[in-house]
Design a protein around this ligand. Sequence first.
Ligand SMILES: *[C@@H]1O[C@H](CO)[C@@H](O)[C@H](O)[C@H]1NC(C)=O
Ligand SMILES: *[C@@H]1O[C@H](CO)[C@@H](O)[C@H](O)[C@H]1NC(C)=O
Ligand SMILES: *[C@@H]1O[C@H](CO)[C@@H](O)[C@H](O)[C@H]1NC(C)=O
Ligand SMILES: *[C@@H]1O[C@H](CO)[C@@H](O)[C@H](O)[C@H]1NC(C)=O
Ligand SMILES: *[C@@H]1O[C@H](CO)[C@@H](O)[C@H](O)[C@H]1NC(C)=O
Ligand SMILES: *[C@@H]1O[C@H](CO)[C@@H](O)[C@H](O)[C@H]1NC(C)=O
Ligand SMILES: *[C@@H]1O[C@H](CO)[C@@H](O)[C@H](O)[C@H]1NC(C)=O
Ligand SMILES: *[C@@H]1O[C@H](CO)[C@@H](O)[C@H](O)[C@H]1NC(C)=O
Ligand SMILES: *[C@@H]1O[C@H](CO)[C@@H](O)[C@H](O)[C@H]1NC(C)=O
Length: 641
Amino acid sequence: MLLGPALVGALVGLTMISFTVIFLNMTSSPHLADLYTSGITWPPFGPKARKYWAGTHVSERVFGLTAVAEPLETTRVSVQAIGKPMLNSTSAVIVETLSLAEPVYPQEVAITVEDTAATASYMLQVFKWGIFPESITISGDTAFGKRFSQCIPWGYLYWNHTVHLPKGLLILEIRVTYSHFEMSFPWKKRSNNSFATYFDPALPREKCTMWAIPSWAQATVAQASAHGCFYGLQPRWSSCGQTRQKNTERFLQFFQGNVSGRLCASTIVPGTSNLSNLVCRTMLPSPAALAINVSEILPQKSKDTQAKFTMPLRMPSGSIDLVGDGSLYQPRFGFTFTLRKRTVAKTFLVATGFAESVVVHGEGLRLTIADCAALAHATVVELTVLSEDLDCHLESLSLENGTKLDIIPTARRVCQIDSMAEMCEHGWKPSSSFALPVPFFREHLLLRTADLQLVGQPTCKSFTNFGEPFDDSEKMAVSLRLNQERSFWAFILGQELHVEPSSESCWRSPELCVIDFHQAWASSLHNESSKVFVTVAAPEDYNISWKRVIQVYQGPDLFREEKALRAEREATTTAHLCVEPSLKVTKECGGALKSSTIQAMFDISIKSDIRSLRFEASFSCSDSFFRQQSVVLEMTLANWL
Ligand SMILES: *[C@@H]1O[C@H](CO)[C@@H](O)[C@H](O)[C@H]1NC(C)=O
Ligand SMILES: *[C@@H]1O[C@H](CO)[C@@H](O)[C@H](O)[C@H]1NC(C)=O
Ligand SMILES: *[C@@H]1O[C@H](CO)[C@@H](O)[C@H](O)[C@H]1NC(C)=O
Ligand SMILES: *[C@@H]1O[C@H](CO)[C@@H](O)[C@H](O)[C@H]1NC(C)=O
Ligand SMILES: *[C@@H]1O[C@H](CO)[C@@H](O)[C@H](O)[C@H]1NC(C)=O
Ligand SMILES: *[C@@H]1O[C@H](CO)[C@@H](O)[C@H](O)[C@H]1NC(C)=O
Ligand SMILES: *[C@@H]1O[C@H](CO)[C@@H](O)[C@H](O)[C@H]1NC(C)=O
Ligand SMILES: *[C@@H]1O[C@H](CO)[C@@H](O)[C@H](O)[C@H]1NC(C)=O
Ligand SMILES: *[C@@H]1O[C@H](CO)[C@@H](O)[C@H](O)[C@H]1NC(C)=O
């Protein structure tokens, strides 16, 4: 894309540190006598090589270059860096510096050497490289003869910097693995075993920072180019500790770099930020890793320990802090080792679900499923619970009576809810999915008014055999409720009435819910008109049908009596009612809801003090739990006559 074919060859060569690719350009003179850069250069400078790869560490801001020519054989040397004026010199040495903050990537420098007869051209492309910590593996034997081991990606630990350890460890064996990275060819797929370059042409240069990258927690460095944004991504967190050591080792050998390391740890006095008993130890180098065995820094029951690493890389050109107090890869307060238990509430933050094609909306671990459409063809509700802790997941989910739900594979559509779920492109959050048969749910809701409570059993991989990883005073619970709110609307004379279909009467007797509208009635019919229009509206998937309209009054013997009234069903909402703003929600008045209006006249010949009107309509949704839901709108007319 941005690289010429020769450089592509050079880079591939470098990545494999293979020495078979050499660029020959058999001109005799003029030529450069030497070429120095502030970084690392490949291939090594030689009379025949005309194209070079220069590597600059990701922490550097400027890149320096010195070109040297034979004064007697040269008439002019010029250096042209992209976006800078051409530097000319008639002397033998020319020095150029490039600012690496420029949105040019990779930067290119063309060097021309002239004598009286000919010209020779050299090309240098400047790339960023780094060596990043990849993971920490913590292991150790316990007094009971069991071996604990956990590999934690450094990137994950950077954000969630608490390491939970089991009780009874005799020693702490810590191994920090590091890996080499070059910001060169963009990769298409996330790598399991190396840091990889990504390129996003849609991310503009001013936004090209780590925080703008969708998977920012797993990014390393970002670099703007004129065409988009280059960035580095860590190896997949799910393949912790699997980076290819050989590549890193060969890179270090070739450029004569040595990584060393120290671990300093102190005890945190509980409830304060006071640190005490500082212990510092040198780590031992091993291929692409540093290791140490210590027992002094084991946390105690009431005291955590806090650890910081220092990892200098020494190269002939100088020393670079791979991890240190000032580096991007050291969390400010270091890593915490603790014997405290995890908390369910911080580990399981998100649950989600699907019923056929409909997302079961949730807020935390409380899910709401909409009646009708959502349950139209569903036989199961698929529930997924995500864990924020890479080591933990939900092992089972049970009904209150102890029946465990079947475990099912997590659907990829979970990625629409949380793109960090483990099956998503850059995801890592362990996820567990369960099938809740719709009949269980229906049965529960028809019998009770409460939400359906499911009880979960969490577990952590590295704690198998090491006791309960979670604070056992906590219970992991997922609750599921049915949402029928606002499945229908009612209007008298076009004025909206407050409808609360989830009111108790609807739950107790789902076939018949009575909604009382005294207030509305009294005010709407204030002018004593005896004609009333009632409109009901519901979403598209409901069928509405009117049953009857009756007038209820107190008969001569003081008992409640009823009289059916003649009612006319209006085919559509009558046009004059559409002037009421609230009716704009109905299709007939330009909205989306299906509606139906009925008109009735009171029988004013009945002499009674207490009168009310009941309009009975039924709403049916062929696939709802409540197959036929009749709604009775009862209006009491106060001060009539
Ligand atoms: C170097 O020489 C080139 C070509 O002769 C000229 O265009 C350029 O302006 C010169 N640069 C400087 C800094 O004088
Ligand atoms: C773990 O880190 C992620 C960021 O990568 C963060 O969203 C999450 O809240 C952290 N979880 C805990 C338990 O600290
Ligand atoms: C990466 O690891 C995952 C499992 O962790 C595996 O399914 C996938 O095939 C691996 N990819 C490569 C390229 O090895
Ligand atoms: C902890 O620090 C506080 C001030 O931050 C100090 O008053 C206290 O004496 C310290 N305690 C110990 C045990 O060092
Ligand atoms: C730490 O101990 C383990 C097991 O005893 C051993 O294999 C390893 O080499 C030791 N590592 C160091 C750095 O001493
Ligand atoms: C790195 O170690 C090697 C072998 O131990 C040594 O030859 C080389 O000089 C060291 N490099 C630096 C920069 O210290
Ligand atoms: C638990 O409840 C479900 C649904 O109500 C039922 O199918 C199952 O048989 C019950 N299990 C036990 C052990 O009672
Ligand atoms: C009374 O009803 C008539 C028609 O039914 C209407 O034109 C009039 O505005 C109403 N008056 C009041 C005060 O609501
Ligand atoms: C509504 O009624 C029509 C005609 O009777 C019927 O075909 C349709 O299935 C019904 N729809 C629902 C959601 O009940």
